[in-house]
Design a protein around this ligand. Structure first.
Ligand code: ADP
Ligand code: MG
Ligand code: MG
Length: 922
């Protein structure tokens, strides 16, 4: 860079690059803003000349505390080149060059220093500017803005002091808006501002343009490390080491009269994804005026009427950028006396809706391939589209906007504490828990509430983590809210809301609305449930139709390119039915526990309490037809697809009454008996006493690590045998019905190959017996759930006795980290996130380094021992976007997740394939 031609410079610079030297791929070095300014310059778009001071310089400044010496020289040289290019000198007395000094890190980052405009103005050059522009008012206004911005952001003076002085002079002159002030008024204001600077910072406003520039650069570097910036980075997982770049851009003026102005625009609608130009234009205004909302802005259509030539130029630039970036661009521009200048662009943020729509539009416009379209959307976005939504057509009053922490649309009455939330919810009311931030004491209220809203905290705050885990709608960090839990009020600007008032929160956008907003079912869910044609029949709304078609196209493409199969976790025939509709290619985990609850619980009690084998066998025999019927239903639903049935896993005491309650009951009954007042028969009493003895016997200090899973199967005679027989008979029945059952038996919680061998021996005997009795061939695979570190570490041996592996990543995470999910997640994960110990809950996204390493090892050693070993994952991680990419990477055959997440897993599995460069279909 820079060495090829010696026209401008002959030394290799490290700290400063002209816009003409960089490109969009240099965001690490030039920051996002700088890289894109360079790219636009390269494309020949009208960017005011300027240069970028690199993030490298910032890193050096952070390390040493001073601006590197070479930087001064390089800035001097860059400034000379800039002055030559525009033919004016910085802060010149006659035709001064002025510059803006703009921060710009790799990731756009609120919390850092604001941009300073008009650097280079001083007591002399302001005269030059007045002369040159023929507009004294404009010159003095620019100068007072510089002192104000500089005073506030560089010298750290409270902005209110300047604002107050401005208000005072306005009321003295009877001016209602800023533009009513005359040149003379503004000149006077400048004098006042200079006094403010001296009084508040103990120094004069620097008159020397270069000193202004250097101080501004250092201030931007400093702002990288403010508390706000650091906090933001911690929340967003951005490294503190990146540093920010600084862009020095020659000023262009949108406030030079009616043929000037400034605006922002998008090349497509970022909210809906509609094709067309979207934006706002404000005539006779400088940059920050548009966002400040001081006057009403014009639409681009009005801008076209006002200034057809500039609009035509803008449109052309928009088209150019869009075809170049091959994506939606977001643009800042300024018109100076009829000439268009481009001040910023970037690939624009968009809603989930727009993401799908734009991706398919770009395919149709031949700008991107279907593979690329797939990469432009995320499982998270698809999941946002699947929640019920606020009716976009309904009228609504926006109260505040926070961060979208957990998607969904919730309407409810405001409550300020957990107790009220629980009490009101118990009365059947929908409540939204509103807190500054939540802590573990709020858990009860969070469970009771339909939504959670906080004024503080980010996406990994306690409220966000817990709400996401529970699937409760949540908005956090709505800073406009002032929550006073003691007074039971929340202030939003001048409005005061009391407990019981109704609000609506949108966890997909972070919006908070006053009053209730009607909710409509997601058209994407209708599509997933009923198919494309039926979903399209539900609506005549063009936007909905386009969205549903876009989702359908992208999802189908994902299905075409993905290597991973997607199975569902489903325990009942109904769940299995839904899973299949949503695209599941099998059941990865069918839990059998619920089959022992309800009416069947007494049977299990008998199994546990039986004193003799015959008694136990009788209870088991009674369970057999019930289990068999369950399995027949499920195998019928899943006909032709693999159906992995896990043998009973939880500890038996879960099927028995609670120890404390039972102890009390027996104690009371004993007492009554002593007084001769017994209410229950002798038989009932004896049963309770026996039951209590059994519950006490089975009581465990740590049931999660106790007698459960395969251990239970090996210790309680006949239990696994019953289940295996039920599966075998159900399979046989389906075969005889002409079906294509594909039952598989999964052994839970094995840690040793011996456990597997024992179960397998028993199972094979039963399968052979049933096959013979029924006169069919039973091809039922037997495999292991890999959910203990020891199982993973001995995977080679385990594979000797298992035809398939399925990672139970929830238990594997618990046992690898040594903590239990229910006990720790809401208790201290928020603190752990703040401390930086964990980035996201390892229960949400697989911990690649730790748990992931065990998975990798087990895959390798398992396959080495048995090359045709089928391997999947059946923990909820199977539906988590990031984890899906990991499972694809380590070569699993399938992921399995709850039916609701199946479409998300399908999409992400597709994205994982194309990210690896796996497919190139159009
Ligand atoms: P942000 O990242 O907050 O948008 P910017 O650095 O883009 O900050 O600048 C703030 C405002 O000032 C924007 O409206 C921008 O268009 C405007 N601006 C920045 N540099 C210049 C310049 N050289 N001439 C005119 N306006 C500018
Ligand atoms: Mg900007
Ligand atoms: Mg488990």
């Amino acid at each position: 860079m820079g060495q090829a031609s010696c026209a401008g410079r002959c030394v290799t610079a490290t700290y400063v690059f002209d816009f003409s030297e960089g490109n969009k791929d240099q965001k690490d070095l030039l920051g996002g803003k700088g890289a894109n300014l360079a790219e636009m310059t390269r494309l020949g778009l009208p960017v005011p000349p300027g240069f970028t001071i690199t993030t490298e310089a910032c890193r050096s400044y952070m390390a040493t505390g001073t601006l590197p010496a070479e930087l001064r020289v390089e800035v001097t040289m860059a400034l000379r080149r800039l002055e030559d290019a525009v033919g004016r000198n910085l802060g010149d007395f006659h035709e001064p060059l002025l510059v803006s000094v703009r921060s710009g890190a790799k990731f756009s980052m609120p919390g850092m220093m604001d941009t300073i405009l008009n650097v280079g103005l001083n007591d002399a050059s302001v005269q030059g500017l007045a002369e040159f522009s023929q507009d004294a008012r404009f010159a003095w206004d620019s100068y007072r803005r510089l002192i104000q911005m500089f005073g506030k952001t560089v010298l750290g003076i409270d902005g209110d002091v300047f604002a107050h002085a401005l208000d005072t002079i306005k009321s003295e002159r009877g001016a209602t808006i800023d533009t009513d002030l005359s040149a003379k008024d503004l000149e006077e204001l400048v004098e006042q501002f200079k006094v403010i600077v001296r009084d508040h910072s103990g120094r004069d406003f620097p008159q020397h343009p270069r000193e202004q520039l250097d101080l501004a650069i250092a201030a931007i570097f400093e702002s990288w490390n403010t508390d706000r910036a650091r906090l933001y980075r911690r929340r967003e997982r951005i490294s503190d080491d990146l540093g920010t770049a600084v862009n020095v851009v020659s000023m262009v003026f949108g406030n030079l009269g009616p043929d000037s102005g400034t605006g922002v625009c998008f090349t497509r609608d970022p909210a809906t994804g509609k094709v067309g130009d979207y934006g706002d234009y404000l005539p006779n205004a400088q940059g920050e005026d548009v966002v400040a909302g001081i006057r009403n802005t014009l639409s681009l259509a009005d801008f076209e009427k006002l200034d057809p030539q500039s609009f035509a130029d803008l449109r052309q630039a928009m088209r150019r950028l869009e075809t170049h970036y091959r994506d939606l661009c977001d643009i800042e521009f300024t018109v100076e006396r009829g000439k268009l200048w481009m001040l910023q662009t970037r690939v624009g943020k968009r809603t989930a809706n727009a993401a799908f729509r734009i991706a398919t539009q770009l395919v149709d416009e031949h700008l991107i391939t279907m593979d690329e379209a797939l990469e432009r959307v995320t499982g998270q976005q698809l999941s946002n589209l699947m929640f019920p939504q606020f009716d976009a057509g309904a009228s609504r009053t926006l109260l505040a906007k926070g961060m979208a922490a957990s998607p969904g649309a919730a309407v409810g009455q405001i409550v300020f504490d957990s107790k009220t939330a629980q009490a009101w919810a118990a009365e059947g009311k929908d409540v939204i828990l509103v807190r500054r931030e939540t802590n573990p004491d709020d858990l009860g209220g969070m469970i009771a509430a339909v939504g959670v809203l906080t004024s503080r905290g980010g996406k990994t705050s306690h409220a966000a983590v817990v709400a996401r885990g529970m699937g409760t709608t949540c908005v956090v960090g709505a800073e406009a809210l002032e929550v006073d839990a003691t007074a039971q009020t929340v202030h939003v600007g001048k409005r005061v809301l009391k407990q019981g008032e109704v609000i609506a929160i949108d966890g997909s956008t972070g919006e908070v609305f006053l009053g209730s907003v009607p909710v409509v079912p997601s058209p994407v869910v209708q599509y997933l449930e009923e198919g494309l044609d039926a979903a399209l029949e539900h609506t005549t709304d063009e936007d909905t139709i386009v969205l549903v078609r876009a989702v359908d196209r992208i999802l189908k493409h994902a299905d075409e390119v993905r290597r991973l199969d997607v199975h569902a976790n489903a325990d009942t025939a109904e769940d299995a039915h839904r899973a299949r509709i949503w695209g599941a290619q099998g059941i990865g985990l069918c839990r059998t526990e619920h089959m022992f609850l309800g009416d069947r619980r007494v049977l299990i009690e008998r199994v546990v309490l039986a004193r003799e084998d015959a008694e136990r066998q009788a209870a088991l025999d009674a369970l057999l037809p019930l289990q068999r019927a369950d399995f027949i239903d499920i195998l019928r639903e899943m006909d032709g697809l693999p159906t992995t049935i896990r043998l009973i896993d939880p500890p038996l005491h879960e099927f028995l009454p609670d120890l404390t309650a039972l102890s009390v009951r027996v104690a009371l009954a004993t007492d009554r008996r002593e007084r001769g007042e017994e209410k229950e028969t002798q038989e009932e009493f004896d049963h309770d006493v026996q039951l209590l003895a059994a519950v006490e016997r089975m009581h465990e200090a740590n049931p999660m690590l106790g007698l459960r899973g395969v251990r239970l199967g090996l210790v309680v005679p006949g239990l696994f045998a019953l289940q295996i027989r039920a599966i075998a008979e159900a399979h046989a029945t389906r075969l005889k019905e002409g079906g294509h059952p594909r039952a598989e038996i999964m052994v839970p919680l094995a840690a040793s190959v011996m456990e597997l061998r024992l179960v397998r021996d028993e199972a094979e005997a039963i399968l052979a017996e049933v096959a013979k009795a029924e006169g069919v061939e039973l091809d039922i695979a037997i495999g292991a759930m890999i959910e203990l570190p020891r199982a993973a570490l001995t995977a080679g041996r385990m594979a000797g006795e298992a035809e398939f592996f399925s990672f139970g990543t929830n238990d594997l995470t618990q046992t690898t980290w040594g903590f239990s999910r229910d006990d720790v997640e809401s208790a201290f994960f928020a603190e752990y996130t703040d401390l930086g110990v964990i980035a996201v809950s390892p229960f949400e996204t697989i911990d690649r380094t730790g748990v992931g390493r065990l998975v990798r090892l087990a895959v390798e050693e398992g396959r080495a021992a048995r090359p045709d070993l089928t391997i999947g994952v059946c923990g909820e991680h199977g539906g988590d976007p990031e984890s899906v990419h990991f499972f694809d990477e380590v070569g699993l055959d399938y992921v399995s997740c709850s039916p609701f997440r199946v479409p998300i897993a399908r999409l992400e599995a597709g994205r994982a394939s194309v990210a690896k460069g796996g497919s190139d279909t159009r």
